[in-house]
Design a protein around this ligand. Structure first.
Ligand code: NIG
Ligand code: FE
Length: 419
């Protein structure tokens, strides 16, 4: 059990707990601007949970007799740890050939069609041991927590055989056991059709549905099943089959949609996806349906940035339509090799015109909703996990403002201090 911990002298505490509205689901529209700011604040953590968070004088009263270790926050900013709800950490090497080809002018899809892209990460993963893959994933999780991330969703997706996908999930489990944060594993067997199944995508989808999903579920290696719906990857009809199999085996679902081209998403909504991710080309006709549901639109501007795209996810259009949005890194070797949530917030503000408050809400509480973990994560309220990040900043709006700076001074993961 984590020892009692008391954070004092917080200049700005963002609780993500509103005083003006009572949201039960993910935050939408104007709710995203209410980050529950408390000045001259403190937080008490007991047994890895938040015991009290708010005005310092009230929290000190609650801390009486608990003999906590004190962390003096020196007037700086404290917020809930980031929930990075979309990452691909199971790979062995950076994709430098893709990188140089893109610099020379080739597009992501051209590189993939010529044998680069996702398929070029597969050989390394198939050869690697669980231990090697776990070490790489753990290094990424550690880099994330040094930047304020306390919960990470982690996908398989570069194995593309039942054996290599399950091995990837085992590596996620092994890395999670070594990291003090929280990891949510996702099976992304349907990332692309592997070479051996070229021209026979339905056969590969059958492998995903009949082998990967049942085995991952039976061994409790995954909480969610994901699929990449795109030209050159999988169709909406493939996704319906994969989601049916996931539902049959008790796993949640999420999908990569509308990243490079437009596609209607409403047929997926009957499966209650926890999130639909990317949505750069989201259709206007889908927005009213999304606005009525708790499926979170997870926006991944790191990919747009790294691929050098002019177009970014349409955050304003989604927020104004009432669609709940989250932000995540999409950490992966092809399109978004960054572990930095603060950098993603900068992109959200400068390229997508989200306010600093909206971006922080999207990266914390709405990220928790995107993983169906909002009962434990994403805001600072009594009973939730003590996951917090301290930033060496005077004003929370500086978090997206200082571009690519590392201002995270301490991270607290389930009540344990990582200084
Ligand atoms: O989210 N779009 C599919 N998956 C990743 C890219 C994976 C890769 O290129 O290795 C994404 O951008
Ligand atoms: Fe992705």
């Amino acid at each position: 059990m984590a020892a009692p911990l008391l954070l004092t002298n917080i200049g700005q505490l963002l609780t993500l707990r509103s005083t003006t509205f009572k949201a039960t689901g993910p935050l939408r529209g104007p709710e995203l601007n209410d980050v529950g700011l408390v000045e001259e604040a403190a937080v008490l953590c007991l047994d890895g949970k938040i015991a009290a968070a708010g005005k310092q004088r009230d929290v000190l009263r609650a801390a009486k007799g608990k003999k906590p270790v004190e962390l003096d926050c020196a007037g700086k900013v404290v917020l809930p740890g980031f929930v990075d709800s979309h990452t691909h950490p199971i790979f062995t090497a950076p994709r430098l050939a893709d990188f140089e080809q893109r610099i020379a002018g080739a597009s992501y899809e051209e590189i993939a069609a010529a044998g680069g892209g996702i398929r070029s990460s597969v050989a390394g993963v198939r050869k690697a041991s669980v231990k090697e893959l776990a070490e790489k994933a753990l290094a990424a999780f550690e880099e994330m927590s040094r930047q304020g991330t306390t919960t990470v969703e982690a996908k398989s997706g570069y194995g593309l055989t039942t054996e290599a996908e399950l091995k990837s999930l085992e590596a996620i489990r092994a890395a999670a056991a070594e990291w003090p944060g929280t990891v949510v594993p996702t099976l992304l067997g349907a990332h692309v059709v592997p070479k051996e199944f070229e021209g026979k995508p339905e056969k590969y989808v059958k492998e995903v549905c009949d082998k990967m999903i049942p085995q991952a579920a039976q061994r409790k290696l995954a909480a969610f099943v994901d699929i990449f719906i795109e030209r050159g990857a999988f169709t909406l009809a493939d996704a319906e089959r994969v989601f049916e199999a996931a539902a049959k085996h008790g796993l949640g679902v999420r999908a990569h949609v509308c990243q490079l081209s437009g596609q209607e998403v409403w047929p997926l909504l009957r499966f209650h996806p926890a999130s639909l991710d990317h949505l750069d080309w989201a259709a206007d006709e889908d927005l009213p349906q999304l606005a009525r549901r708790d499926t979170v639109a997870t926006l991944l501007p790191g990919a747009n940035f790294f691929l050098g795209l002019d177009r970014y996810p349409p955050a304003r259009r989604l927020i104004e339509a009432g669609v709940p949005v989250a932000l995540a890194t999409d950490y992966n070797p092809g399109s978004s090799p960054t572990t930095s949530m603060p950098f993603v917030l900068t992109l959200a503000c400068t390229q997508m015109r989200m306010t600093p408050a909206e971006a922080i809400a999207a990266a914390t509480l709405n990220g928790a909703h995107a993983l169906r973990l909002a009962d434990r994560k994403g805001s600072l309220e009594p009973g939730k996990d003590a996951d917090l990040a301290l930033f060496d900043l005077d004003d929370y709006r500086e978090l997206p403002y200082w571009v690519a700076a590392r201002r995270c001074a301490a991270t607290i993961l389930k009540g344990r201090l990582l200084a």
